[in-house]
Ligand binder design. Structure first.
Ligand SMILES: N[C@@H](CCC(=O)N[C@@H](CS)C(=O)NCC(=O)O)C(=O)O
Length: 213
């Protein structure tokens, strides 16, 4: 199986975390976001990463890919069994990939990725807005939702992975969670970041960042 993308893309990282949790073999084909060669557009029509090739199957979009992995490789499941919990897991995945992404990965993009990839300066007004307006909204909501103990639905899975990937991006630019204001979220994130699959990915990301800086 081949995954197209880069470790520092949070959506690629989500798929890598899922693959590593499931202990599946894969090859990461380094592909920059926005690659629009005719060959890559056949795999990922929007030119986005991640994309997956498994045998004759071409797939784009991290959620679609993770759902495929879950269906095709059901060992070490990423989703709970009960319908209601499964639906909630999908909600937290969607929330992570939208509102959380904006408030966390959005800051990583402005501070680290944008200057490197586009040679454009960081928009400090946008960083301040994301940190002071968007982030507290997301953190307040998650503070009321994260499990007081353990992972979502009792077992590490896709809801956790989806949150982990975006909060990891924030952590790389020192955009952390204030544990005095959001104690449950801070404790949950510590548990997430200490998970062996997440901490291994964090070490890889940090070595990539060290080489780029
Ligand atoms: N919904 C997509 C989002 C993927 C996405 O936005 N990827 C970014 C990199 S993290 C990208 O490829 N951006 C380039 C572009 O939009 O042209 C997913 O979950 O895979």
């Amino acid at each position: 199986m081949k995954i197209y993308g880069v470790n520092l893309s949070p959506y690629t990282r989500k798929v890598l975390l899922a693959l590593n949790y499931k202990q599946l073999d894969y090859q990461l084909v380094e592909t920059m976001p926005g690659t629009r060669t005719p060959e890559y557009l056949k795999i990922s029509p929007l030119g986005k990463v991640p994309a997956l090739v498994d045998g004759g199957l071409f797939l784009a979009d991290s959620s679609v890919i993770c759902q495929y992995l879950e269906d095709e490789y059901p060992d070490r499941p990423l989703l709970p069994v009960a319908t209601e919990q499964k639906a909630n897991s999908r909600w937290f995945e969607r929330y992570a990939d939208t509102a959380v992404a904006e408030a966390t990965t959005g800051v990583f993009w402005e501070i680290a990725a944008k200057p490197m990839l586009t040679k454009q300066p960081t928009d400090m007004d946008r960083v301040a807005m994301l940190k002071n307006e968007k982030f507290p909204q997301v953190a307040d909501y998650l503070e009321s939702q994260v499990p007081v103990e353990g992972f979502f639905f009792g077992q590490f899975g896709l809801a956790d992975i989806s949150l982990a990937t975006h909060f990891l991006a924030a952590s790389y630019v020192d955009h952390g969670v204030d544990s005095s204001r959001w104690p449950h979220l801070a404790a949950y994130l510590k548990l997430l970041f200490d998970h062996p699959v997440v901490s291994k990915q964090m070490a890889i990301d940090k070595s990539v960042i060290a080489k780029l800086m």
